[in-house]
Design a protein around this ligand. Structure first.
Ligand SMILES: [Zn+2]
Length: 295
């Protein structure tokens, strides 16, 4: 059982000046894995700052494969329930001339803490037939969802991935054509097994199904300033500690998360400024469960 302690230092001022300084996107409350079969090399082609529209990700598998073949299985990023499936389209991006988003194949999963993930452009019938999934099915982190492809609005085979937090859970708004969610914030997925724990354009990581932390104890020993729109995430199975007098600072507009299985110690010299989103969490590095039936 996780004990979950949250310290959220957000805006201490009232009004537009402070709101403008806050990060455009918050880090996810849930811990996710890379949404590819373990062992796949995953390249980030667009991140929350470079994707059009912003807040979303384009990922691509490599290392052992062809295009739209069975080489890059897409998997659920955390435990949840399948809420939408469209996989009956078979128009490849390069062959599409108009209204291409109408041909997107996609899956939406609802997770813990009111967060949802979307997986798009997957191969024709690979979700309902190859993966045998239906709306309402419960999935675990790592459950096969379908194969990477280029169906719909896609310039080449890749996975479009996004984490959203609907503003009104009683009125989820997702368009049937394209699978676009409206009235929802974007969130930056916290990923357990990659060293910096978030995704940036140009990154290349190896997908893993591990639930273990990559670090045991982390001691922050360098003087560091995380400036506006910067992100720093530390996750450890044991402790995260800032040393006294080092001057570690999260400035306005930055995102920070320290998560540890044991304890987190913030020493004099550590500062999280008004307008930053900084949290500490006590918990494991496992992906976040929704009902706890997966592991
Ligand atoms: Zn995309």
């Amino acid at each position: 059982m996780l004990r979950f302690a949250v310290l959220l230092i957000s805006c201490l001022l009232i009004g537009d000046i402070c709101l403008d300084a806050q990060p455009q996107f918050e880090l996810s409350r849930n811990v996710y894995r890379l949404p590819y079969l373990a062992g796949t090399t995953v390249t980030v082609n667009n991140d929350h700052n470079t994707h059009d529209p912003l807040g979303r990700y384009d990922l691509k598998g490599s290392g052992f494969g062809g295009d739209c073949s069975t080489n890059y299985p897409i998997v659920a990023a955390a435990e949840g329930v399948i809420r939408r499936i469209v996989d009956n389209h078979n128009v490849h991006g390069p062959d599409c001339s108009s209204n291409c988003t109408d041909y997107n194949n996609y899956v939406w999963i609802e997770h813990a803490n009111g967060e949802w993930t979307k997986y798009s452009h997957m191969k024709y019938h690979s979700t309902t037939i190859d993966a045998g999934l239906s709306v309402g099915d419960q999935v675990c982190a790592g459950t096969f969802l379908g194969y990477e492809c280029d169906i719909g609005q896609a310039s080449g085979p890749h996975l479009h991935f996004e984490v959203r937090h609907p503003n009104n859970p009683a009125n989820i708004q997702i368009s049937t054509a394209g699978g676009f969610m409206s009235d929802a914030d974007h969130r930056i997925p916290v990923i357990n097994t990659i060293s910096k724990h978030y995704l940036s354009d140009g990154d290349s990581w190896t997908a893993s199904g591990s639930t273990a932390c990559t670090s045991t104890d982390i001691a922050v020993v360098l003087t560091t300033t995380i400036s506006s729109s910067g992100i720093r995430v530390y996750m450890a199975s044991g402790t995260v500690t800032t040393l006294a007098g080092i001057g570690f600072t999260f400035q306005n507009g930055s995102n920070g998360l320290f998560q540890a299985g044991g304890s987190i110690t913030l020493s004099p010299g550590f500062t999280a400024s008004a307008g930053s989103y900084f949290e500490t969490r006590i918990g494991s590095c496992a992906t976040t469960n929704m009902t706890g039936t997966c592991n």
